[in-house]
Design a protein around this ligand. Sequence first.
Ligand SMILES: [Zn+2]
Length: 264
Amino acid sequence: MTFLFFIFGLIIGSFLNVVLFRFGTGETVVSGRSRCNGCEKTIAWYDNIPLLSFVFLRGKCRSCGMGISWQYPAVESATAILFAFAGKTFFIPGNLESAIATVFILGLIASLVVIFVYDLSHMEIPVSALVFGSVWTAVSLFCLWYFGSPRGAFIDSRLVEGVIGSGIAFALFYALVYFSKETWMGEGDAWLALLLGLALGWKLLLPALTLAFGTGALVGIVLMLRGKKGMGSPMPFGPFLAASVIFMLFFGTMVGRAFGFFLI
Ligand SMILES: [Zn+2]
């Protein structure tokens, strides 16, 4: 079963590469077949198999020999591994709630992978990935409550926890953006924080943001020590927020217990 989730992740990862590439060029996702960036030749289906084709072609285009970006196999394998892990963690065959939870996590992971990679390379958070992730999360959390057995009070649902979390996170980040005049954070980060709060709920907000700011500061210091970034040179914060959400999706329950004194 885990293997099927892995294969599914490879296929989705390969689709996310197309999405990422076309966000950058302004093309729509559905138009046309994949082409080589170098010689513009359409890529044959057998050269477009996730991960395997990259290995067989040794990372080069068959017709012009131009190097294929490492981003392709990296996104494919990362998505596949995360999907396999999600399937293993959340999916119980024949259980409706676990199926809804799994579908929720997979869709959210897909949008976070796009946000992670795009912000890293373009210093910008793609709006469509944010909207997709937020709507997907809200609908999933509603379904989790609606199909929950027994169905609890709506006020206690994960959706309400998420809406409260998104409000707090957005207000906090919007204040950071406003008072720093976008020098610490961009407006996109505030919208991503909204998705973080919605997906994780207000109870996990403090550990999730601590993790994002902590890893962000750590990476910033390492880059500065290695002389790659100067003081105050811009570094995207979106990847840290996205990675923190993914971490908390898997380990949030454990973290929640450890941070028990922050919970009601
Ligand atoms: Zn080529």
